[in-house]
Design a protein around this ligand. Structure first.
Ligand code: NAP
Ligand code: HSE
Length: 453
């Protein structure tokens, strides 16, 4: 059977998975590609690093990128190093040496997409990036090809496996936030800098890519309003459950009359709905199109083999010539796409969850509800269960231990107060909360989260 030579740059979690699929399941890739995808070279930074989960033939591993650049027989390269540099320079050099590139690096595309895609088109090369969004879920192909007869109205997704894993661990096994982060790193889900996972940046980069494909606009990802999961307290997970919800980091893009509204934020999702039941490193994306209606995708969004699955599929599409056609037709990130700033989500209607740490004395609730009333915010539910909140959780909001001590009859001086609103706006809750925070009876930061459907 004919052989087509391919290369890999970066043999970390994903790169090793790609090598395993190419080497161990060559018959499978050959069946789909009609030829053998031959792993000719895998370039790393540090040759001495152990890579026990992959058994590479002699002479495949190298620390010299030129061995790929100068080999005219290598037609497609999986570029699997993270971050912006040297990833950007390496991608440009690969394209300039005649290679088609496959990547999982969404940070690179969200930041330098226009430059890289323009250069690829000038050179008649392609960049494939199925693995850059939602790992093993084929969402890029689905939105850009399978749903192309639709006007997409909205996308709502759990797009970061690490933060979903952390929330699930805290919810299901009571793990601490820091233990859950460490476990996600150990399992290879987290970025080299996990703050991108937990602060919502990674999800915002993926959302910008999906919005580009779905709405035909270029969104500067840094302008997407985002909030991460680091402020989610175990007590919030428990209160949410009592109210019938789970907390998920949702990335939402919605077409509105004069633009696109986008945001990434921890959101209360009703228990029993598909997004609420997404656990561990799984991702999910709900897309609504005018012809197809609502479509739901679910699968592992991070981890070695799910991500490698998407990379190898892109390599196959590249070598058989399926991908370059779509790439040229779509003209991704070209000037054909208007640059839009996300609309301020302040006026988007929704319900909200709020938690305040307040003095446990008569009149406090009345002061707070009076302020909410002035902002036309109507209350759907109130919870105050001091016995269920640990001192550590309260002190996380900057209280001293003595303030949280039991002062007799099971009463503490400061207790959490949870309020769920009826429909209002982000702006009304933001303004009301900043006024409430100035009351003497309210301590520390208020937690405020959207409630989804
Ligand atoms: P990783 O485990 O940190 O691996 C990165 C690899 O890049 C390492 O093998 C490193 O080499 C190599 N590298 C760095 N600089 C290099 C250079 N100058 N020349 C050659 N090699 C270089 O990262 P990963 O988790 O595999 O992620 C790779 C990309 O996939 C990232 O963009 C990430 O966002 C994306 N992604 C990851 C996942 C996931 O679940 N992990 C899922 C989807 C997308 P050494 O080994 O020699 O240090
Ligand atoms: N760090 C990313 C995540 C990898 O956890 O989702 C997949 O892009």
């Amino acid at each position: 059977m004919e052989k087509t030579k391919v290369g890999i740059v970066g043999m970390g979690t994903v790169g090793r998975g790609v090598a395993r699929l190419l080497l161990n399941f060559g018959d499978r890739t050959a069946r789909h590609a009609g030829r053998i995808l031959w792993l000719e070279r895998a370039v790393v930074r540090d040759l001495s690093k152990p890579r026990p989960d992959v058994d590479l033939p002699d002479n495949v591993l190298s620390a010299d990128l030129d061995e790929i650049l100068e080999d005219q027989g290598i037609v497609a390269v999986a570029q699997l190093i993270g971050g912006l540099e040297p990833a950007r320079t390496i991608m440009l050099r690969l394209l300039e040496s005649g290679k088609n590139v496959v990547t999982a690096n969404k940070a690179l595309l969200a930041e330098h997409g226009p430059e890289l895609f323009d250069r690829a088109r000038e050179l008649g090369r392609s960049i494939a990036f199925e693995a850059a969004v939602a790992g093993g879920i084929p969402i890029v192909t689905n939105i850009s090809q399978c749903l192309s007869a639709n006007q997409i109205n909205s996308i709502a997704g759990i797009l970061n496996g690490t933060s979903n894993f952390i929330l699930s661990e805290m919810e299901e096994s009571g793990a601490s936030y820091s233990d859950a982060v460490a476990k996600a790193q150990e399992l290879g889900y987290a970025e080299a800098d996990p703050s991108m996972d937990v602060d919502g940046s990674d999800a915002a980069q993926k959302l910008a890519i999906l919005a580009h494909l779905a709405f035909g606009v270029r969104v500067p990802w840094r302008e997407i309003p985002l909030r991460g999961i680091s402020s989610v307290n175990p007590a919030d997970l428990r209160y949410a459950e009592k109210l019938g919800y789970r907390i998920r980091l949702l990335a939402v893009a919605q077409a509105v009359t004069d633009g696109v509204e986008l945001h990434v934020s921890p959101t209360l999702v009703p228990i029993g709905t598909p997004l609420a039941e997404v656990r561990g490193a799984y991702n999910a994306v709900r897309v609504h199109g005018d012809a197809v209606g609502s479509v739901f995708y679910h699968g592992l969004g991070a981890g070695q083999m799910p991500t490698a699955s998407a990379v190898v599929a892109d390599l196959i599409d590249t070598v058989v010539g399926r991908l370059p056609i779509t790439f040229r037709t779509l003209k991704l990130w070209s000037d054909d796409y208007a640059v839009v700033s996300p609309k301020d989500p302040g006026m988007i209607p929704g319900r909200f969850y709020m938690r305040f740490d307040v003095d446990d004395r008569p009149g406090v609730l009345a002061q707070i509800t009076a302020i909410l009333g002035r902002y036309q915010i109507s209350i759907a539910a109130v919870i105050q269960h001091p016995e269920e909140t640990t001192e550590k959780e309260l002190s996380a909001t900057a209280l001293t231990a003595s303030e949280t001590e039991d002062v007799g009859n099971g009463h503490k001086l400061i207790v959490p107060l949870v309020i769920m609103t009826h429909e209002t706006t982000e702006k009304s809750t933001r303004d009301a909360v900043s006024e409430i925070a100035r009351l003497d009876c309210v301590h520390g930061e208020c937690t405020r989260m959207r409630v989804g459907n």
